[in-house]
Design a protein around this ligand. Structure first.
Ligand code: ZN
Length: 147
């Protein structure tokens, strides 16, 4: 299939998203091994990680050296609360490019370090939904704005 130059960013995004889908599902993008997510508040010891882009979520394979790191927003983007929040506002997260979703790439502040809690805010159309993620990058709480 021929890909137009203008479609390249989208094609690359789909490729990256397919790797992240596997990682979020607990499967290594490079082998059949199991990956485990960790929410990291620093970039120490993570190859190619930008120390300014923390917190981040790191998926480590138990079987091979693969490491996948992503933003907190991208790690939480398939949470049902996040999907519904966008769906109710006419945005289909399966097809919306991440660069149209400012919150996805933001670096949220750490709310606490022990236990690890990070609170990103999903924003769309003037509405907001706060998420709370734990050390295992699981969404443990969703808080709609105005509540
Ligand atoms: Zn692997």
């Amino acid at each position: 299939m021929h890909t137009e130059r203008s479609e390249l960013p989208l094609a690359f995004e789909r490729y990256v998203n397919s790797l992240l889908d596997r990682a979020r599902g607990g499967v290594c993008p490079s082998c059949p091994g199991r990956v485990e997510p960790t929410l990291r508040l620093d970039a120490e010891g993570i190859p190619h990680a930008d120390p300014d882009e923390v917190p981040l979520v790191l998926y480590e394979c138990h079987r091979c050296p693969e490491l996948v790191s992503t933003s907190v927003g991208k790690a939480a983007i398939d949470h049902p609360g996040v999907v519904v929040f966008h769906h109710e506002r006419g945005v289909d997260l399966r097809s919306a490019p991440s660069w149209t979703l400012g919150w996805v790439l933001a670096d949220p502040d750490a709310e606490s370090t022990d236990p690890v809690r990070v609170r990103p805010t999903v924003e769309l159309d003037g509405d907001a939904l706060e998420l709370v993620l734990d050390r295992g990058a699981a969404v443990v709480e969703t808080v709609p704005s105005g509540d």
